[in-house]
Design a protein around this ligand. Structure first.
Ligand code: HEM
Length: 423
C-alpha cells in the first residue's frame, strides 16, 4: 500500500511545499535540500523516499538493474497519485503515460539501450560541435534584440528562444511552428508526474496536439522531401530500418524538442540570476569572459536545472545503514547532491573557479546521462560570454521574481534586467 501519511515536522512541511511546486517555496528549495543532507541517506515523505547525498545519488544512478525509470507509471508515488485521480483524469494519465513510455528517458534495459543508441547516432558530440557557429549567430541576434527593449526580459527574449531555435534547426522544424512547440513543451514540463490534475489535463491536450503535429504535419512533410539534415535523416533511417515504430519516432521528436529546450532555458535563466545576485562572480566573468565554459559548470552545480530524478526500486536496496524498499518511488535529489559538503567545499558559495565544479551531476550520471550535454554547455557558454562582453553593468530590474511550472524544473516566469545598470 502507498504511504500517504501527512507531513508532520516543519522540515516535512517545507519539503511538501517544494514538491507541490508552491511558487514561494520554489524560490529557494536549497535550504530544504541542505536540511535533508544533514538527516542521513534516506528521508521519507508520504509515498516517496528521498535520497540527498552525492555518493548515494551517483551510486544509484549508475545502477542499471535495481532501479527503474518507469516511475511515472509504477511505484508507490505513481500508485498514490493514480488512486487520487477521477476516472476521466485516470484515462488522461494513462494516455499521456502510454505516449511518454516511448521516450528514451522512460525506458530500462535493452529497450533503453536501443532507443538511446538511435538518439545518440543522431546526436553525436561531433555533430553538435558543428552547430557551434549557428549557436553563436543566434546568440548574437537575440542579444541584439535585448537592446531594443526598455526593460528586456532575458527569459522571453533569449533564454527560451535560443535553445528552441537551435534544436528546431537541428530537427529541421519550420520557424512558424515554434510558438506551438513552446506551448506544448510548457504544458508537458508543468505536468511531470500528474500530481496536479489541472496540469495533467492541459498536458493531455498538449500531447494530443503535439503528437498529431509530429505525425500528421512534420513527418509527412519530411517523407515527401527528406531534408538534407543528418539528425533527421538518422531518425528517419532508423524508422525505415524498422528500428523505430511511428509512435517511437514521434516520441523521439517530442523528447528531443522538449528536453532540448526547457532545461537549457532554465540553465540560462537561473544561472544568470545567480550571477547577478552574486555580483563579485558576475564581475569576475565580465573581467574575463573566456571563463564562460567554467562558469557554466559551476552554475549547473549551483542551480541544478533538473532538481531531481525519479526512479522505482525494483528490489530492497541497502544505503549506508538505511534501506529503500522494493516498489518505492525514489527521488534522487540532484540539487542536494550538487551541494553536498562531502564533495564540494563551501557548497552554497557560487565560485566560478571552483576546481571540482565539473564533478556535478546536473546532467545525471550513468546509463541515462544527458544526451544533449554538449549542446547545452555550448549554448550556456555562448550566452554568458555574449552578455558579459556586452553588458557588464547589467542589473536585475525587479526584486520580485516569480517561479512557475514544476519544481523539478524550476523555471523563472521572467527575468527583467537593466542592461546598462540602474539609472
Ligand atoms: C542545461 C540543460 C540540460 C540539463 C540540465 C539536462 C539534464 C538531464 C538529466 C539530469 C538527464 C538524466 C535523466 C535520467 O537519468 O533519468 C538528462 C537526460 C536526457 N537529456 Fe538532458 N539536459 C539538458 C539539456 C538537454 C538537451 C539540449 C538535450 C537534447 C537536445 C537533452 C536530451 C536529453 C535526453 C534525450 C535524455 C535522456 C537520455 C536517456 O535516458 O538515456 N538534454 N538530461
Amino acid at each position: 500500500m502507498p504511504r500517504t501519511a501527512p507531513a508532520t515536522s516543519p522540515l516535512d512541511e517545507r519539503l511538501a511545499e517544494v514538491l507541490a511546486s508552491d511558487p514561494e517555496a520554489m524560490a529557494d528549495p536549497f535550504a530544504v535540500w541542505h536540511d535533508l543532507l544533514e538527516r542521513g541517506p534516506v528521508h521519507r515523505l508520504g509515498p516517496r523516499a528521498l535520497v540527498p547525498r552525492y555518493r548515494d545519488v551517483r551510486r544509484l544512478l549508475r545502477n542499471k538493474t535495481t532501479l527503474s525509470n518507469r516511475a511515472f507509471i509504477e511505484g508507490s508515488q505513481a500508485e498514490a497519485i493514480f488512486a487520487a485521480l477521477t476516472p476521466e483524469q485516470q484515462r488522461a494519465h494513462l494516455d499521456v503515460s502510454e505516449f511518454e513510455s516511448h521516450y528514451v528517458s522512460r525506458n530500462d534495459g535493452d529497450a533503453h539501450t536501443r532507443l538511446r543508441s538511435i538518439a545518440h547516432r543522431a546526436f553525436t558530440p561531433r555533430r553538435i560541435a558543428a552547430m557551434e557557429a549557428t549557436v553563436r549567430r543566434y546568440t548574437e541576434e537575440l542579444v541584439e534584440e535585448l537592446t531594443r527593449e526598455e526593460v528586456p526580459d532575458i527569459i522571453d527574449t533569449l533564454a527560451y528562444r535560443l535553445p528552441l531555435l537551435v534544436i528546431t534547426e537541428m530537427l529541421d522544424v519550420p520557424h512558424d511552428d515554434h510558438e506551438r512547440i513552446h506551448r506544448w513543451s510548457n504544458a508537458l514540463a508543468r505536468n511531470r508526474g500528474a500530481d496536479d490534475p489541472r496540469a495533467l489535463m492541459t498536458a493531455h491536450t498538449a500531447i494530443g496536439e503535439f503528437r498529431r503535429y509530429v505525425e500528421d504535419e512534420l513527418l509527412p512533410s519530411k517523407r515527401e522531401a527528406p531534408p538534407d539534415t543528418d539528425l533527421v535523416a538518422g531518425l528517419m533511417d532508423a524508422e525505415q530500418g524498422d528500428r523505430l515504430t511511428p509512435d517511437e519516432l514521434a516520441a523521439m521528436f517530442v523528447i528531443l524538442l522538449f528536453a532540448g529546450h526547457e532545461t537549457t532555458t532554465n540553465l540560462i535563466g537561473n544561472g544568470l540570476l545567480a550571477l547577478l545576485q552574486h555580483r563579485d562572480q558576475w564581475q569576475r566573468l565580465c573581467d574575463d569572459p573566456s571563463l564562460a565554459p567554467t562558469a557554466v559548470e559551476e552554475l549547473l552545480r549551483f542551480v541544478s536545472p533538473v532538481q531531481w530524478l525519479l526512479r522505482v526500486a525494483l528490489e530492497d536496496i541497502e544505503l549506508d545503514g538505511a534501506r529503500l524498499e522494493r516498489g518505492e518511488t525514489v527521488f534522487l535529489l540532484i540539487a542536494a547532491a550538487n551541494r553536498d559538503p562531502e564533495i564540494f567545499d563551501r557548497p552554497d558559495v557560487l565560485d566560478l573557479t571552483r576546481p571540482n565544479a565539473r564533478d556535478h551531476i546536473g546532467f545525471g550520471f550513468g546509463p541515462h546521462f544527458c544526451i544533449g550535454n554538449v549542446l547545452a554547455r555550448l549554448e550556456g557558454a555562448a550566452v554568458l560570454e555574449a552578455l558579459a562582453r556586452r553588458f557588464p553593468a547589467m542589473t536585475l530590474a525587479t526584486d520580485r521574481l516569480t517561479w512557475r511550472g514544476n519544481a523539478k524544473l524550476r523555471a523563472l516566469a521572467a527575468l527583467p534586467v537593466h542592461l546598462e545598470g540602474r539609472i
